[in-house]
Design a protein. Structure first.
Ligand SMILES: [Zn+2]
Length: 307
């Protein structure tokens, strides 16, 4: 009996294995017919000057008495974008801390679904370090208008020693430069937050881009939304933008790439003119031309830091 029982048991096991194999096979066929949807991979570059509430340089760096408050609001706006992205189906999110020291966002207050890139590698991607062609969308939070823009909060382009950075004939805010880097990797910018001035400049450059205007600049002052309202706006706009992802096109510039740098000081143009390939184009300006976008970025990296 024990033997028969064993045969009976073995037969049952064999039948069970057969049924299981069929089920696995069917599951495989079904998986092939309907591939699982890939989650979105989102890159978020976060600056500080365009964060709701920020109006003065002494709020933007270590030593400023109100800096702890504004770095917290910066973290909360990053979180709003993360939450908006998660609601739209993001499964991978990289947050790049893009301001000053690169060490502003409070890691323990950031949503755990995101990874955070802190500090600088001094490589050519700068505020876009971490981007590559595997990303589906780029979001700019806390961005600001280019140097010299009227009615714009803390307007500047990369450093305060530059009047203008002109790329392929277009005056670039940081968002334009960084959008071109995203475009080089084939990734569209879908949303930018900041004041009304950078929202306008982003639309002029990118065409289709969602904007979350968290403050309205008047000369060097600004009317602010309440931070909670600003964060809600960013959350909703992020979800909305990612849900219509196919409407956005990567911002791709065509070679040859021409970069003109207009400094505030003559001495800086003189120093930059010693960079290989530089052409002195005016009392305070130099230009570079290359057919290689990455080479142009490397020259820009050198040119922006002469001083
Ligand atoms: Zn900044």
């Amino acid at each position: 009996m024990a033997y028969d029982g064993l045969i009976l048991k073995g037969g049952t096991v064999k039948k069970g294995l057969f049924v299981l194999s069929i089920l696995i096979l069917l599951a495989g066929v079904s998986a092939q017919a309907q591939p699982a949807a890939k989650g979105l991979k989102v890159f978020i570059s976060v600056d500080l000057e365009g964060i709701c509430g920020v109006i003065n340089w002494d709020e933007t760096g270590q030593g400023g008495p109100d800096y702890p408050l504004f770095r917290k609001l910066m973290t909360q706006e990053a979180n709003a974008a993360i939450e908006g992205a998660l609601a739209a189906g993001a499964t991978e999110i990289l947050v790049r801390d893009s301001h000053g020291s690169g060490r502003n966002i409070l890691p323990d207050l950031l949503r755990p679904e995101a990874r955070l890139l802190r500090d600088w590698t001094y490589g050519p991607l700068s505020m876009m370090e971490g981007i590559d062609k595997s990303f589906d969308a780029v979001i700019f939070i806390g961005y600001h208008a280019r140097a010299g823009t009227p009615d714009a909060v803390l307007k500047h382009t990369m450093t305060t020693s530059l009047y203008d950075v002109i790329l392929n004939g277009k005056k670039m805010p940081e968002a334009g430069f960084n959008g071109a880097i995203a475009g080089y990797f084939g990734v569209p910018v879908v949303l930018i937050s900041g004041d009304q001035a950078i929202a306008q400049q982003a639309k002029e450059l990118f065409g289709e881009v969602e904007t979350a205007i968290v403050k309205e600049a008047i000369a060097t002052a600004a009317i602010m939304l309440h931070p909670q309202k600003a964060q809600e706006l960013i959350r909703q706009k992020t979800t909305g933008a990612l849900k219509k992802l196919k409407d956005f096109k990567p911002y791709k510039l065509n070679p040859p790439y021409n970069l003109e740098v207009d400094y505030t000081e003559e001495a800086m143009a003189v120093k930059a003119s010693w960079i290989p390939g530089a052409i002195r184009t005016g009392p305070r300006s130099v230009s570079f031309t290359s057919n290689d976008f990455m080479e142009m970025l490397k020259l820009w990296r050198l040119a922006r830091n002469v001083g």
